[in-house]
Design a protein around this ligand. Structure first.
Ligand code: FPP
Length: 246
């Protein structure tokens, strides 16, 4: 009797249908304030939420989870808070990279991370290089990221290619711009979540969000977890995405 090929359930698309989810992790400061704690305590609890949600994203079959950790505008915060956040990021990469690697996760950092302190740049680059050949989901951390900066950078690169004769201006289309963004090799953005009740994009993935579904929750980021992510994905599943069609 001929043996029947078994369906490969590991590669079956998850029921929620989302490939790429991005999160604006907001509300760490308010979470700490409610508890009469310093802001750093909110950011520390925010790192715990990052761990929970990164694990949940892997379990839920997402191909990519992008987290807005530090914007190009966050330099306006007091120097001590900036330094606390950089310390947490450094510690997070150092302590969690083994688990990511063991789970086949590819760690990516998007944004102008090269402008950060050299030791942190080295750490980021070695973590990305170590996990680059993995075949599991991508966890992308947006660091010193600004969507307008990203688009300016793409425009400059395209202008350079036109100036060198490699590209003609008429051939600049959506795909050419897409290819110059930090997210060029990531799946299209399906769902953009913002916590803490604020309803704005704050210079995050403005181009990529063109047809993403937006989901706002009052929950503060340190309270967010796998269940909250599952709720957002349930809401996403119910949306009628038409991409401008009928
Ligand atoms: C917004 O809350 C949060 C941030 C600007 C930083 C997000 C950083 C983390 C969650 C920790 C580090 C990240 C990783 C990936 C390890 P807020 O401080 O603006 O809160 P508020 O609006 O209540 O003051």
């Amino acid at each position: 009797m001929a043996t029947q090929a078994k369906p490969d359930l590991t590669s079956a698309a998850p029921a929620h249908g989302a490939r790429h989810v991005a999160i604006i992790m907001d509300g760490n400061g308010r979470w700490a304030k409610k508890r009469l704690l310093p802001r750093i305590a909110g950011h520390r609890a925010g790192v715990e939420a990052v761990r929970r949600v990164a694990r949940a994203a892997q379990d839920m079959g997402l191909e990519c989870l992008t987290l807005y950790a530090f914007s190009s505008e966050n330099w306006k915060r007091p120097a001590t808070e900036v330094s606390d956040l950089m310390g947490l990021l450094r510690h997070f990469i150092q302590s969690d990279i083994d688990e990511f690697h063991a789970n086949g996760v590819r760690l990516r950092v998007i944004g102008n991370y090269k402008a950060l302190e050299p030791g942190l740049v080295d750490l980021i680059e070695s973590a990305m290089a170590r996990t680059a050949a993995n075949t599991g989901p991508v966890i992308a951390i947006a660091l010193n990221y600004g969507a307008q900066d990203e688009m300016v950078r793409a425009a400059q690169r395209l202008a350079q290619r036109v100036a060198s004769g490699e590209l003609s201006a008429e051939n600049i289309g959506i795909e050419a711009i897409d290819a110059e963004l930090y997210t060029a090799d990531l799946p299209p953005l399906d769902l953009l979540i913002r916590t803490s009740g604020e309803q704005r994009l704050s210079n995050f993935m403005l181009w990529q969000a063109a047809y993403a579904e937006l989901y706002f929750t009052d929950m503060l980021w340190p309270d967010f977890d796998g269940r909250a992510l599952a709720q957002a994905l349930d809401a996403f599943r119910m949306r009628d995405r038409r991409f401008g069609g009928l």
